[in-house]
Design a protein around this ligand. Structure first.
Ligand code: FA5
Ligand code: MG
Length: 488
């Protein structure tokens, strides 16, 4: 991969938002977030190492840095802590299934973590795609915006304050743009451990089954077609756990999470009936299923899906915590489970919120619809404003040029998330979705052409034509400048 020197000066912009200091440089971007400061040959100043200052801490920038000021501006929002925000209400309802003192609730852990915390401590292979700069926001080579709440697992296991915990937090991923994807969302992590040395008679499976019996019962029938472990697809950690121990952990994990889902949706259904808009779908019995999954830090692993508007929707991932994570965290005698649930995913179902961008709205017509209480009220859309589609077509460069110019969007290293990032930087929440609508390779030149359709639509007002045109022109300009593509 190449670095560009496009010859623009490095300037500093100061962004101050609700008590957080985001000192960011406007910089020369290249796709994938690579950039390089222009060499200052005038020698008026001593060479300065570029740095980002965030929350009073300074982070050295390097060739890995790909966070933008617009992404950093989300750090202070913390929707999971805003009273009466649907993300926060969802958090509180789920937390109530995991009461203290068994569970400690961590809700204010800082989003900037080390690569070691986010990936290494969890056993992510070095070539795992989650580590790539097309998927993850890097502050620098060693530091990222957490991509999941699991980034804090190892530290909390090490602190060992209670048998269980939940962590709720904002997480950041470079991703597609559509109604259910946003580069910032919120997760809740949960874990429950049992210490072999502390359970009666050292019989950890029996202790877990005893705790299992104490969990609230529910009458929901849940599809769970697979065996607890499968030698290839979902293996037992045979060197650490007996089959009986894993059966007990899996049963406790699944029943705990089924309790969460049943609790949440019975509230939503009650609310729908109370509001008088209980249509057939709202009253249908809830359909839930367990499927096998893979995570580097659990085995066996599962996902819980809910049937929603005719499709299976993934709500959470979970599994039996890898013993290596616990050994490395200095608690080798503990065994147990962990899960991670997407709070927006749950909130969208619960409150019938049709577009993930709405969570970030400061419009009182959105925010005033929700309050903390026994019941959950369905969101009443204020209006659907007109959409405005615009296409942009471009050629990727046919070959990489390592010298001079450093344009890097040849077909090999082009990544769609770079387009998404540019559109997001320019259009912010005024873009509803971005889709690839055409894709072909020229038969003679072998150059690749792509056409993306951008749907501009505000959730709060009708956009003016000229404002859409300006945004679209700016997207086109940035595609050329940052990705080195040739517009068609
Ligand atoms: C994880 O992030 C794991 N850390 C979960 C985990 C924790 C597994 C502990 C095992 C033990 P995943 O990438 O699937 O897994 O995300 C978890 C949940 O976050 C998903 O099930 C979904 O509900 C939500 N989620 C994931 N990506 C998005 C997105 N782009 N927008 C909204 N919600 C998302
Ligand atoms: Mg998943």
């Amino acid at each position: 991969m190449k670095l560009a020197a496009t010859g623009r000066a490095v300037r500093f912009a100061w962004i101050k938002r609700s008590g957080i200091d985001l000192r960011c440089k406007t910089r020369n971007w290249i796709g994938g977030g690579q950039y390089q400061r222009r060499n200052q040959s005038t020698n008026q100043h001593a060479p300065r190492i570029p740095a980002l200052e965030i929350d009073g801490k300074s982070y050295t920038e390097d060739g890995w840095t790909n966070v933008s000021p617009s992404i950093l501006s989300y750090l202070p929002r913390k929707l999971h802590l805003q009273p009466s925000h649907p993300v926060s209400i969802t958090r509180q309802v789920i937390e109530s299934n995991f009461p203290s003192p068994t569970y400690t609730h961590y809700n204010d852990l800082h989003p900037i973590v080390t690569v070691a915390e986010n990936f290494d401590s969890l056993g992510f292979p070095k070539d795992h795609p989650g580590r790539s700069r097309t998927d993850t926001y890097y502050i620098n080579r060693d530091t990222v915006l957490r991509t999941h709440t699991s980034a804090h697992e190892a530290q909390i296991f090490r602190d060992n304050k209670s048998e269980g915990y939940t962590i709720s937090a904002d997480v950041y991923r470079r991703d597609a743009i559509d109604r259910s994807h946003y580069p910032v969302f919120h997760q809740m992590e949960g874990a429950r451990m049992w210490d072999r040395r502390k359970v009666p008679g050292g019989d950890v499976a029996r202790a877990i089954w005893t705790d299992f019996e104490r969990l609230p019962k529910h009458g929901l029938s849940i599809e769970d077609a697979n065996p607890t472990t499968h030698p290839e697809r979902n293996p037992l950690q045979a060197e650490h756990h007996s089959p009986g121990e894993v059966e007990a952990i899996a049963a406790h994990l699944k029943k705990s999470l089924e309790g969460v889902v049943v609790g949440l949706f019975s509230r939503a259904q009650k609310a729908a009936v109370a509001a008088g808009h209980a249509d057939a779908a709202a009253l249908e019995p809830l359909k839930v299923r367990w499927i096998e999954a893979y995570f580097p830090f659990t085995s066996p692993s599962w996902e819980l899906e809910v049937l929603w508007q005719g499709d299976w929707l993934e709500l959470l991932g979970c599994g039996v915590t890898k013993q290596d994570v616990l050994i490395n965290a200095g608690v080798p005698d503990q065994i147990g489970w962990a899960f991670g649930v997407g709070l927006e995913r749950v909130a969208m179902l619960l409150f019938s919120i049709p577009d993930i961008r709405l969570f970030w709205s400061k419009d009182p017509r959105f925010l005033d619809q929700f309050s903390v209480g026994e019941n959950i009220n369905a969101f009443v859309p204020f209006s659907k404003y007109p959409e405005c589609y615009k296409d942009v077509s471009f050629w990727l460069r046919s070959s990489s040029s390592s010298a001079g110019g450093g344009m890097r969007s040849n077909a090999q290293d082009f990544h769609e998330n770079d387009v998404m990032e540019i559109v997001r930087d320019v259009g912010s929440d005024l873009v509803e979705d971005v889709r690839l609508v055409d894709d072909f390779v020229h038969p003679v030149s072998r150059r690749k052409s792509l056409c993306y359709r951008i749907n501009y639509r505000s959730l709060e007002r009708t956009l003016r034509n000229e404002e859409v045109n300006q945004m679209h022109e700016s997207v086109r300009k940035h595609l050329v400048e940052r990705l080195g593509v040739e517009l068609r």
